[in-house]
Design a protein around this ligand. Structure first.
Ligand SMILES: Nc1ncnc2c1ncn2[C@@H]1O[C@H](COP(=O)(O)OP(=O)(O)OP(=O)(O)O)[C@@H](O)[C@H]1O
Length: 389
């Protein structure tokens, strides 16, 4: 959809801001450009809507060289959101948002109706906020208006230059989540500039890590974190990249432990036999309908106090800590900690699939990292491990 071919930008004073850049953004893809200050991210972005023209190379939009396009016409297809939203201070929020549809030829009333829809879309109730002026909104709300305005012409492409940079971390996370929700239905082609690797990882289908004027690595968040291509990228993404990677690595079926499973209406003796056959210290207990009930320990079934005539129902303990397959490992770990549990049931819909333990979680992370580096499916990776007891 957007293709950079050997693009270089040298400013008049000799600064090379972008140096022989080639990459492609697919239709509907969100690429985050991340890197230190002054590495050329904004210059890259402004070349797409021709606020800046390249010195060398070309940029194609849908196969057409943008150098041949009329800049005003080009910008109708490209929404632009910047940190200083640049709202008209003397116009209401509704009128600020209606400006673009109106400029594009919609009658005033239709433009205002469209603006109201857009405000709703970005989570601002037009009946509450529509008549306010920009200085009567919080920073986060102003940013939302900026996004609404950029979407007003329904452009296929969005350029976003640190759009959430000026708000506090809590509001920022909220805006990021809302934007992800929007993007999951709108599927715009997005270039998103940020300083913040956490934001880049959270939002990007792929991340472009910039060094001076060049992309050092362009890959999925999981790969950039798990297998940085260069020492520069490794340093940029941070020493805690393993921890960050937990957020972008989902729980898969192959990660799970499978302790013996017994049923709530089994007799204790049958459960004890199953546990001793598997030489396991505990079993998962499923209810009669197959849903998760909890667990039962081998020593309550076979220890001195055990009553072998009892049922599993009398001895099992309930356990509700469970997550669905596909949950990011970070969230799974957080659920483990929250329940102060040594394991977590993993469900596929309502169905119990297996158990995630801290060791299995660590194994999953290691396998995922190795799999990405070797370009293999995760369940084909064997790890060298110290045998678990
Ligand atoms: N008009 C200009 N004339 C000369 N040099 C410029 C001009 N605009 C930008 N530069 C330089 O080009 C380089 C890249 O700037 P750019 O704004 O693209 O970086 P950036 O990665 O977006 O930085 P930041 O994250 O701080 O916004 C910097 O060294 C900057 O000083």
């Amino acid at each position: 959809m957007i293709r950079f071919e050997h693009v270089t930008k040298r400013y008049a004073d000799g600064t090379t801001a972008v140096d022989d850049l080639s990459f492609e953004v697919a239709k509907g893809e969100l690429i985050t450009l991340v890197g230190p200050s002054g590495c050329g991210k904004t210059t890259t972005m402004k070349m797409v809507n021709r606020l800046i023209d390249p010195t060398d190379g070309r940029i194609l939009l849908d196969g057409e060289d943008i150098a041949d396009a009329d800049p005003v016409e080009l910008r109708r297809h490209i929404g632009y959101v910047i940190q200083q939203v640049g709202l008209f201070p003397h116009k209401t929020i509704l009128d600020n948002t209606a400006t673009v549809p109106h400029l594009l030829g919609r009658p005033r009333k239709a433009a205002r109706a469209r603006a109201a829809e857009l405000l709703d879309l970005v989570g601002l109730d037009p009946s509450v906020y529509g008549d306010r002026y920009p200085d009567q909104l919080s920073g986060g709300q102003r940013q939302r208006v900026g996004v609404a305005r950029a979407l007003a012409a329904d452009p296929p492409v969005l350029l976003m230059d640190e759009p959430f940079g000026a708000v506090d971390p809590v509001v920022r996370e909220h805006l990021q989540n809302e934007f992800l929700r929007l993007q999951s239905t709108l599927h715009k082609t997005v270039l998103f500039v940020t300083h913040d690797i956490e934001e880049a990882v959270r939002l990007g289908d792929r991340i472009a890590v910039y060094g001076a004027g060049r992309i050092e690595q362009l890959d999925t968040p999981a790969t950039v974190l798990g297998a940085p291509a260069t020492p520069y990228t490794a340093e940029f993404v941070g020493a805690d990249r393993g921890l960050k990677r937990l957020a972008v690595t989902p729980v898969e079926a192959a990660d799970l432990d499978e302790p013996p499973v017994v049923r709530l209406d089994d007799p204790a003796s049958r459960a004890a036999d199953a546990l001793s056959a598997a030489d396991a210290p505990w079993a998962v207990v499923l209810d009669t309908d197959g849903s998760l009930y909890g667990w039962v320990a081998a020593d309550t079934l076979t220890g001195p106090a055990a009553d072998r005539t009892a049922g599993v129902r009398d001895l099992a303990r309930p356990m509700t800590a469970a997550v669905p397959l596909g949950t990011p490992l970070r969230q799974a770990l957080s659920t483990l900690l929250q329940h102060d549990a040594g394991w977590l049931a993993v469900l596929d819909g309502d169905r119990y699939r297996g158990v995630l333990t801290p060791a299995a979680l660590h194994g999953a992370l290691r396998r995922a990292t190795t799999a990405d580096a070797a370009d293999l499916p995760r369940d084909e990776v064997a790890l060298d491990t110290v045998p678990r007891t």
